[in-house]
Design a binder for this molecule. Sequence first.
Ligand SMILES: Cc1ncc(C[n+]2csc(CCO)c2C)c(N)n1
Length: 203
Amino acid sequence: MGNFVCLSNRIAGCRFSIHPMRDDFIDIITTALKEVDTSKVWVQTDDVSTLVRGRIAHIFDVTKALYLHAAKTGAHVAFEATYSVGCPGDTAGDVFMAEDDVVLNKETVDSIKQETSTKFALYPLGGGQYMDQIYAQIEAMKDHGVEVSGTHYATRLDGEAVNIFNGLEKVFIDMEESGSSHTVMTVSMSANSPSTKGGKANE
Ligand SMILES: Cc1ncc(C[n+]2csc(CCO)c2C)c(N)n1
């Protein structure tokens, strides 16, 4: 994301899966992986998920682009991701730390309109005031033009996927800048779902 300056050189990463609910799911996943420029992250895809590691700006740029390329096919797409920065048990390997925060996919991706339902949960690890940090970041998400609502164990975000990813990136940057030693965030997204938004499956 180009709008924020990432002050940290710490390794960030995201392990995520995209599940398109359509017969051509292989094509949707593999085409999205080819369409996205991943040259500023370390990337590894296997039969379960894809792992990207590098600077925060590129981790969000690449995951946002992959989600949007898959969702723009019109298929019902689910995205499950765990973002992490500053893991004390981490190794310095399996990473590509680009020389700058100049992102490679923003220009092609930020014009894609894609309404998206999201639930995210923030886990500031290793600090005492974790509930205050979580509440502050939920409040901050309201500055990104998305609808923010509470639910059990997560916060729901409804709006444009680009705004949601940008807001989540800002959450991560803020956590880094406030000195959090290790931050984890889980994200579930759904695009083009045939279900009623916010409706309960058992109703
Ligand atoms: C982002 C992401 N990476 C990997 C997979 C696992 N996966 C399931 S089907 C398929 C294509 C055929 O091999 C792959 C790679 C996923 N679902 N989403």
